[in-house]
Design a protein around this ligand. Structure first.
Ligand SMILES: Cc1cc2nc3c(=O)[nH]c(=O)nc-3n(C[C@H](O)[C@H](O)[C@H](O)COP(=O)(O)OP(=O)(O)OC[C@H]3O[C@@H](n4cnc5c(N)ncnc54)[C@H](O)[C@@H]3O)c2cc1C
Ligand code: FES
Length: 319
């Protein structure tokens, strides 16, 4: 029932900013280039792993560029590093050598992420990683069903490109949901009669089904309804299928329930507030059921997660 991934070594690195641009209102894409040591450690990072970013030294952007409802909060001092996962990790080649690049999609919602928007090419930030376990790939897998809700998108996008690269014979289908079109951290493209589609999945030739709570894009309703209907219609072989999910906890709980009913295995990436990110402060506990005892145990989201087998998670704490 546990992750089969053995986390590799983590490193404290200075990453060089090569790009930092808005992709949609409130969502930005940051590109970082690593030095040889960072490249060595992050080249083996799995989708779902994350890093702790030190953003405490960054200055605020000009007041007029900060959303009005964030202006008060944006001024708060940043004491702790902030966790971010990656929407892609890739190797780049140049005359100077080979290095690893990290792509981060972030939502601007508080003091650290407001400051991140002021990063310019040539700036450096300190990060510790890769941390946590990441998604794993069962040998029997022939169908991967990727579910993302709201800001759960980055590690699912990373997973999608890794599956395409390393498991070309696996059928991959994506389901993306959010409260509304404004909460979708993607490059949305309005297509032909099929309606809207997401560039990121289209580039990888992965079909994607969309849902929003208010119906502003895709089906009106929860993304997990689309998943349920897809499974009922396609009837994939349970032992060859894996559901991978990242998003708000009620969505993860619904995925776990569908997985349990259909006997499909399911990996969920959990989110907790993380003060240290390296297993020291105990602030990120997830309640887990085990075969060994009737009482639940607590595992650390930053160390034993953030990805868990959904059968082990007792949902409800982070909702
Ligand atoms: C493993 C992991 C991976 C993450 N990956 C990404 C990512 O790829 N892109 C991205 O935009 N964000 C990601 N986050 C969330 C990100 O860390 C926070 O949005 C960020 O720390 C906010 O910092 P801030 O100072 O701007 O806002 P804060 O003032 O710290 O937070 C703003 C609001 O968000 C809530 N919040 C912040 N962090 C969390 C959390 N971990 N769980 C639940 N609620 C939270 C706060 O309660 C507050 O209401 C990730 C979090 C974790 C634990
Ligand atoms: S964040 Fe400190 S133990 Fe997990």
């Amino acid at each position: 029932m546990k992750s089969e991934h053995k986390p590799g070594s983590k490193v404290l690195v200075q990453a060089l900013v090569t790009a930092n641009e808005p992709i949609r209102p409130r969502f930005w894409k940051l590109l970082l280039k690593l030095d040889p040591e960072g490249s060595r450690c992050f080249s083996k990072a799995l989708p779902g792993q994350f890093a702790q970013f030190d953003l405490s030294h960054l200055s605020l952007p000009p007041e007029e560029s900060i959303e009005e409802n964030l202006r008060d909060r944006a001024g708060r001092t940043i004491l702790l590093r902030r966790p971010f996962s990656f929407s892609d990790i890739f190797t780049s080649y140049s005359e100077q050598g080979t290095y690893v690049c990290l792509e981060v999609i972030y939502c601007v919602l508080g003091p650290a992420t407001v400051r991140m928007t002021s990063l310019k090419p040539g700036d450096c930030i300190s990060l510790i990683g890769p941390l946590g376990n990441g998604f794993w790939y069962p040998e029997t897998m022939k169908n991967a069903l990727l579910i993302t809700g709201g800001m759960g998108a980055p590690p699912i996008l990373h997973l999608a490109s890794c599956l395409r690269k390393n498991y070309p014979h696996t059928d991959v289908t994506a389901f993306a949901g959010a409260r509304s079109i404004d909460c979708m951290p993607f490059e949305l493209k309005i297509g032909n009669i099929t309606g809207a589609t997401l560039e990121e999945f289209e580039r990888l030739k992965i079909p994607v089904h969309l849902a929003t709570d208010d119906g502003s894009v895709g089906r009106k309703g929860f993304v997990t309804e689309l998943l349920k209907e897809w499974i009922e219609k396609k009837k994939p072989a349970p032992e060859q299928t894996v559901i991978y999910a990242c998003g708000p906890e009620p969505m993860l709980a619904a995925c776990a329930e569908i997985a349990s009913r259909t006997q499909i295995s399911c990996q969920v990436s959990m989110e907790r507030m993380m003060a240290c990110g390296i297993g020291l402060c105990q602030s990120c506990a997830v309640r887990i059921r085990t075969d060994k005892s009737d009482s639940p145990v607590y595992q650390l989201c930053c160390k034993e997660g953030p990805v868990f087998d959904s059968r082990t998670v007792i949902f409800g704490e982070g909702q």
